[in-house]
Write a protein of this length. Structure first.
Length: 84
């Protein structure tokens, strides 16, 4: 396997993958009791199956369940204005 595994927390990893733009997700969200893996607050949430890579150099494919809010916030709000 890849030896480039850094000890990133799951939210940090998700931010890198979404920030890279190298991801795709299924069009239909579904309800998960586990909730979003980025903003997990212990409550269920409607999530998307999202998969992608951190960078063009690191092609390892990651898969997450992330809510639409996080995708939008991390992708479109990645200039640092997404902090509520
Ligand atoms: Zn979320």
């Amino acid at each position: 396997m890849s030896n480039s595994q850094e000890h990133l927390s799951m939210p940090a990893l998700i931010e890198q993958v979404i920030g890279s733009g190298l991801f795709s997700f299924d069009g239909e969200p579904y309800f998960s009791w586990q909730g979003c893996e980025h903003c997990a607050d212990g409550l269920g949430a409607a999530v998307y199956d999202l998969r992608g890579c951190r960078s063009l150099e690191d092609r390892e494919l990651y898969e997450f369940q992330v809510c639409g809010d996080c995708i939008i916030r991390l992708y479109y709000g990645r200039r640092g204005t997404y902090h509520a």
